[in-house]
Ligand binder design. Sequence first.
Ligand SMILES: *[C@@H]1O[C@H](CO)[C@@H](O)[C@H](O)[C@H]1NC(C)=O
Ligand SMILES: *[C@@H]1O[C@H](CO)[C@@H](O)[C@H](O)[C@H]1NC(C)=O
Ligand SMILES: *[C@@H]1O[C@H](CO)[C@@H](O)[C@H](O)[C@H]1NC(C)=O
Ligand SMILES: *[C@@H]1O[C@H](CO)[C@@H](O)[C@H](O)[C@H]1NC(C)=O
Ligand SMILES: *[C@@H]1O[C@H](CO)[C@@H](O)[C@H](O)[C@H]1NC(C)=O
Ligand SMILES: *[C@@H]1O[C@H](CO)[C@@H](O)[C@H](O)[C@H]1NC(C)=O
Ligand SMILES: *[C@@H]1O[C@H](CO)[C@@H](O)[C@H](O)[C@H]1NC(C)=O
Ligand SMILES: *[C@@H]1O[C@H](CO)[C@@H](O)[C@H](O)[C@H]1NC(C)=O
Length: 642
Amino acid sequence: MRRLWSPERERVNCSHFEATMLRRVLMFFTLLLALQPSNAQPAPYAMRISCGARDDVHTPPTNTLWYKDFGYTGGIPVNATRTSFITPQLHTLRYFPLSEGPENCYNINTVPNGHYSVRIFFGLVNETNFDNEPLFDVSVEGTQIYSLRSGWSTNDEEAFLEAIVFLTDGSASLCFHSTGHGDPAILSLEMLQVDDSAYYFGPQWGQGIILRTDRRLSCGTEKAKFDADYSGDHWGGDRFWDSITTFVQSSDRSISTQNSIKKASISPNFYPEVLYQTALISTDNQPDLTYTMDVDPNRNYSIWLHFAEIDPSFTGGGQRVFDILINGDVAFHDVDIVSMSGDINSAIVLNKTVAVNGRSVTITMHPTKGGYAIINAIEIFEVIMAESKTLPDEVTALQTLKSALGLPLRFGWNGDPCVPQQHPWSGANCQFDRTSSKWVIDGLGLDNQGLRGFLPNDTSQLRHLQSINLSGNSIHGAIPSSLGTIASLESLDLSYNFFNRSIPESLGQLTSLRRLNLNSNSLSGRVPEALGGRLLHRASFNFTDNAGLCGIPGLPTCGPHLSAGAKIGIGLGLCVALLLIFTCLICWWKRRQNILRAQRIAARDAPYAKARTHFSRDVQMTRHHGQEHARTAAENGPSLLA
Ligand SMILES: *[C@@H]1O[C@H](CO)[C@@H](O)[C@H](O)[C@H]1NC(C)=O
Ligand SMILES: *[C@@H]1O[C@H](CO)[C@@H](O)[C@H](O)[C@H]1NC(C)=O
Ligand SMILES: *[C@@H]1O[C@H](CO)[C@@H](O)[C@H](O)[C@H]1NC(C)=O
Ligand SMILES: *[C@@H]1O[C@H](CO)[C@@H](O)[C@H](O)[C@H]1NC(C)=O
Ligand SMILES: *[C@@H]1O[C@H](CO)[C@@H](O)[C@H](O)[C@H]1NC(C)=O
Ligand SMILES: *[C@@H]1O[C@H](CO)[C@@H](O)[C@H](O)[C@H]1NC(C)=O
Ligand SMILES: *[C@@H]1O[C@H](CO)[C@@H](O)[C@H](O)[C@H]1NC(C)=O
Ligand SMILES: *[C@@H]1O[C@H](CO)[C@@H](O)[C@H](O)[C@H]1NC(C)=O
């Protein structure tokens, strides 16, 4: 390499042949360098999970890796019955009985932000008492994207659900919502990264949009296949292409070619080349080529149509021209595949997003020149507006509350509390906050739910709460003083629990509070004065049946109300008094000792005095004979002390 670049050598030794060689080698390296960026692009992120599996699984024929089950919020792993040949050969699934709550999820927290094809395969529980096919709703990132329809387990196309979605918070949340028709059962999950601008269809496209794949058809193909089988580009996301050999019997026929197709596998969608090597064409009977499918009404659909001129009887531009109508409206005028793609055997993709009011979509290729129409493949997506989520702080606070109160499993409380709107968490009332464009919690209704545990301090993070009802549970501990910071709180019902200690002074700050039920608890101490004052203003407060509340009308009066200063004063006074008493005691004892000592000295130095004492004692002894013993002891006392 260094030798080649040396200009000196070049000048001295360059023969014509060598110069050509040099140029070729240089060109080779330049080409390599030019290719480098696309080679250096990391492989798309791919995560596949075999639900219910205890070990990683590899499936034929592509030896695809499925990770063992993880990221689920609950549920039970069992053996699976696969409902379709399309379904990967996995033998386990995870199902979510209603006893574990109506909302269950897989939360995968290791997903890099990006654009993903998310696919979920369904299965049936392989047990005799599970013969019903479950019907349930599926949401991705809080947006409901699908409701399983009855009969799905006998319809190949409905064995799975796919959506193209932006993941923007480093995780993916896929949730399954019970609708009362059996337990949701999930066979596998796939998160396959696709190009950032895959399926760009216009200005509406972006992070606020989810495309649910309704169907993908490879026209004129005998066998349904995945991109993997077509050796498609990994950035395409391993799409499943169903086969269709006729739209309407005898009015069309399929053709195919072995020629390679130009412009097939290009950014951003990277379609497999094979897709364009087969097609359906119209015949003399009926020059229009018409495809009709059933859809849900009043939704928007994005329709992608694939063409390549592979019919050998058309060799140039201007020979085959047709209009494309969607539900009778012209979507594309004068489509000339060869002119638009630049060549025969060259791919072109047209997309159109339409609002559908009826129950079907009809796509018509209507020839205006050349007599026949052609189509190679069709993709149809439902365009779904992504939901706003709940304010993250409030989700965290509810999760803390869930564990602090020991919320029973049947509550679920998985996924997002407020969305999908069809499936909010039970006990949490939601409201859309226009300033933050997020959902917030404005009510907590968990009365009479057999809850134990305690009320966490973090409850105050639910700062949009207007009402809390935890009445009739077995909640212990203190009322967190942070509740006083929920300024919007109008109604607080903690009655019939085991709350103890005193009512926090901070509750007095709740100026909107109109209803406060703290009756039937173990509260004690003074009711905050501010609350007492509020009573006059038509507020409804109940403090009865507690351990010892006092201080407002209707309750006993408290002891004298002492300020902190007064308490300190009293304490100091007591200390001084104690000190005085102690000093006095010491003085008294010292004095007594001095007297005794003086007496002893006097006895030793002045025998008269002692004799006098003896005398007086003799006199006493004659008077009170019976108390002799006591008196002897009294006389011995001082000598013991000396
Ligand atoms: C699942 O199937 C395997 C054999 O395929 C069997 O050994 C196992 O016991 C089954 N498990 C359950 C829970 O039925
Ligand atoms: C159900 O599981 C058993 C093994 O546990 C298996 O032999 C059988 O084929 C399974 N049934 C279906 C329909 O997959
Ligand atoms: C889809 O169609 C729009 C115009 O309707 C166009 O701007 C866009 O590039 C097309 N997308 C692709 C991927 O071709
Ligand atoms: C369909 O798209 C239009 C804008 O293009 C939007 O106003 C309308 O709400 C969408 N309808 C549905 C059902 O999403
Ligand atoms: C309770 O929360 C408040 C703020 O919400 C905080 O200032 C206080 O320290 C917390 N107390 C405890 C005991 O965690
Ligand atoms: C709280 O719930 C209880 C019982 O379910 C009910 O009687 C009470 O009226 C509720 N409290 C408020 C403030 O609505
Ligand atoms: C309040 O209740 C809690 C939990 O039951 C207990 O640990 C605590 O000692 C009680 N406090 C008082 C002052 O009774
Ligand atoms: C207050 O609470 C007590 C005991 O918990 C109950 O008997 C009474 O009916 C309540 N008063 C009102 C006005 O609700």
